[in-house]
Design a protein around this ligand. Sequence first.
Ligand SMILES: [Zn+2]
Length: 744
Amino acid sequence: MDFPFLYGAQYYRDPTPERRYWAEDLRLMAVSGFNAVKFWAQWRWAHREPERLQFDELDVLMDLAAEQGLGVTINVIFDVAPTWLYERYPDALMVKADGSPIFPYACACRQIGGCPGPCFNHAAAREARRTFLEALVSRYAHHPAMQMWDVWNEPEQVGTMYRMPKPETLTCYCPLCHARFVTWLQARYRTLEGLNAVWGRCYTRWDDVELPQSPQTFTDMVDWRLFMLDTLAEEARWRIALTKAIDAQHPVYLHPACSTLSGFNPVTGIDDFLMAEGCDCFGGTTGGVPFSTVQCLSSAQGRVCYNVESHLRAGSTNMYPRHLTVREFTDNFVPQIGLGIRGFLHWQFRAETLGLEAPGWGLLDVDGSQGDTFRGAVEFWQRVAPAAERLAALQPEQAEAAIVRSTPNEILHWCMHQDFSELRESLAGYTTLLYDKNVRFQFLDDRQVTMGVPGHIKLLIVPALYGMTAPVANALATWVRQGGTLWCEAHTGGYNLTSGRHETTLPGLGLAEAFGLREVQATAVNHLGISQPEALTNALPADVLTAMRRYHADVGGPTISLQVGGVPLYGRGRYTEMHGEDMEALAALPGHAPCIVRKQIGRGCVYYLGIHAGSMCKDGGNPGLDRLLEIAMSSASIPATAERWSGVPDGVRIDRLVTPQGDALTLFNRLSSSVDLELETAMPLSGLFTAQWHCRDSALCIHLEPGQAELCVPQAWLDAWRVTELTTQPAAQTAAGSAASILR
Ligand SMILES: [Zn+2]
């Protein structure tokens, strides 16, 4: 299968843009050098009657794309169900926890209505989807414009209206889902006694099992949401399998809006890692680096991965969109390439003209003119195109560290807080720290940890892992004994998701015994009654400072300050002191037992932080955590930035993309001041955007403004491309020709 470096835009979401624009817009994309375009195929739009499918618009668009030599991704949209479906199958409506059905609705991003679609467990509704998908794939599998199938756009359970989870609007509480859930429980627990033991119930028949309604009971709610995640993964698998069965030639994938817990989440959304199964490549709606891009690439699990929805020109009727230049495209896209993204589709080519999303999104200005944004997007591609073929085959360096993303723990976190913000800040905090320290890292989910942490991972960070299963605990203990460096936070394994009970010795699930470390005096930071005036004098983010001033009176605030290596380390919420033989104290409150410790275990090592510190990293506001991470990296033999790149400070991210024909580098200055870098390289490189060249044979000298990114490729690639391009193409006619003139 062919996985080119993609560059293009989403174009058609019925009924916009209007037909009168199509031919000229697709021609403009082609002469601008774009190689890809995306069209939506919406179920409701095309399947107006049970036995009648109409693809009039797609037929025209596909032919126009073929005429222009554009490759088409058809994005299958099932969350807009036809009206006839519910007349025929009234029991296909999803049901909320309060027993009321979700009637089909229209919203800003689904103007034609029919959202969120029927219950995923309704067999006849699934057959109706199958009829549509079979007809669609059969119709275009052999069309000359066909490039890729995207079988699910930003999968989730109930659409935007109910995306932020609330107990009363969770789905689906219909009888079909109830029955399927019981079957799922039977497979998981085997006997009713087994279920009763874990849930703490006294059911006498499987029919007694009630659908969980309250998050406050934990295990049943975690099971209920895991069941829905499995339901959606099963839906993805049949869509992928059916598409492949009809069209074995073109790549098939789906694309999540990555589960970053700020909108999309595992309670009303999907398990990104599960959804990648069966995909030929993978896509995501990624909003820059590092958090959402790393999430997308990690869940892709080694597949070629595209950013198929770049939202750089977001806007609405209330807030008109920005005007972008090539700098914005470069500074957003190049760091994503550095992490492994292999192409971009802009959302979208023409500004929206329906509802609240108008006049957002267009690469063209709202009046259709080719303004700064369009010219910037085209120039970005003109500069990258000469290296694109080689970039499509490049591999980023292997990860040496990982952060554990545990889906059951994330669901449990919602059960505890009805909110994700603290966990999200924690994950984002560690992600940012590792990224700015130039560590190569990825996320690992529970299944990957259980199957065995990959050998190339030396440091494993498990932030706020309150809920843990026995297989994960066993895998972590084994991995440490074999030489891994584990980093965990207060109350790790406080809740045993395998037994359905809170642990009484922490870290839980046998880790206290395995590590010879035990939490003592575990409590909440608030109860320590410390007002910590010194914390207010340090470089804290403004919002943290405000919060501390407001809440940090005599009762004690939720934050705590410790000292590591002479600098303050801030924590929040949870607190414990540690007890154990042969442990090394790294930090403690005055007059207290150690709170942060390190201990050698077998060939490995554990860093146990008796606080939650990841969520206190905003804007570099946790210098002690930064220092502690450097110490842990050193234990794990992971080089610091200055060891990796002489003279380069933390905050300047450099990614090496490895190829047999030489390495490319992406550079990204995340500091608030400009930097001048001099990098030793194996062969002469040149920057595609700043046009800066080698100042000496073996050194790349480059100046980067704050926020600026650059993609440096071997000069030989450009020489080779220029020769090919100028000898095979009438230069003035194509965007590639324009790129040649830029490089000349
Ligand atoms: Zn249902």
